[in-house]
Write a protein that binds this ligand. Sequence first.
Ligand SMILES: [Cu+2]
Length: 478
Amino acid sequence: MNRRRFLGAAGGVAAVGWWSRRFVELSGAGPVLPQPPRASVANLTLRAAPGRAAVGSTSLDAWLYNGLLPGPTLRVQRGEPARIRLENQLPESTITHWHGLLVPEAADGHPRLAIDAGKTYEYAFTVDQPPGLSWYHPHTHLRTGYQVHRGLAGLIVIDDPANRTRGLPPAERELVLVIQDRTVMASGEVPYDLRGPAMMAGYFGDTILANGTPTPTQPVDAATYRLRILNGSASRIYKLGLTAPARMRIIGTDGGFLSAPVDAEEIMLAPAERLDLLVDFSASAGRQVSLETRPFTLPQGTFGPGGMGRGRDMMRGRQGDPGVIMHFDVGRTTERSAAVQLDARPTVPLPRGANERRFVFSSMMMDHTINGMSFDMERPDVRARAGAIERWTFVNDGPVPHPVHLHAAQFQVRTRTGGRNVVSPWETGWKDTVLVAPSEVVTVDVHFGPHPGLFLLHCHNLVHEDMGMMLNVALDPA
Ligand SMILES: [Cu+2]
């Protein structure tokens, strides 16, 4: 069966008429933002299994890690060894990837390591990188999008022992937030229907879930909070903003802290990107502040406005639709925020004579390729060296945006030409995922981690990834 037919056939509920669907009930004063329970990685069993997860007035027919949506938040200290046993109680094969962690090949969750239903996989690795927010999710051949969509995803926080001396908010004013969009039926089913425009633009759900909850309301003091945000959506990009006076300062991104906080009015967050944010609510005491995603259009590339690239699906909305993610009810208790001292991973200039490579991301006629190639599990496509520094250029010559993700490395975004034509403030730190919109050319300086082996470069629009927009990166020993 070819890749496209397989995805279409296996995509979940087949034909669902709009008349049988309804939006998950929304209420103005919903539940608070649930915080996933924390788990240590010292001796962790992560069980992937079918389950139910309460979502608004219904319950999702889900696949979950340890019964939770999102899964438990793994808290780890730098230098701490992780021993994690993955138990696959799903009806199909799976494997878990630790997105953002620099781990040995055997622990990276390459799809060729997937285990059958009923089997277990033992992960052993040591976390040795600066504090920051990473996450974990399946990386199963052809099935990543479906398995994440059913609910398999969770956060990893590399803790920072120096939090308080940096002037950052205390633990009780730190919130994690996973943003995902899903269409949830009254029955609890979550159709993942990839026919038509979805095969080009990706999956778009009609409800935005914040830690699995539609539009929660979080009570906060009129003080500074730390929000650690993951866009865990398959395809949807969010343009984050606040509805009432509240100052947003970016302190970190995928790979850890920026060198200094950067103020922002709006922040664009593509699938798999993370954000470490300070929000000062002191100007909105006694008011409600909403975190919203604002409308946007990206350049449309070669199809032009109104083409397939807009991915308009009558019922599910499309890229750039506005929506409310959650509310904050700001109390009267005020507290002045302290001066913030960050500690960024140092920048290293590109060495003379560094390798340069170019990758062209193309989406045409519902085929998604990199340099004309579709993913082959065994074929090494790029050979580089562990520990090396290289300059890579990502080119989007098609009509749909691609959040480009590289395993086993962190990179720094250097330039963006075409399209938005700017490197945004939230892209200035160390990253592992960067949005390359239509017509854009983005150069990054890649710093490979210390581990040799077979790793991946791919689009993190999970629909594109499963349709083959992925290459193998073979790292030789340093
Ligand atoms: Cu893509």
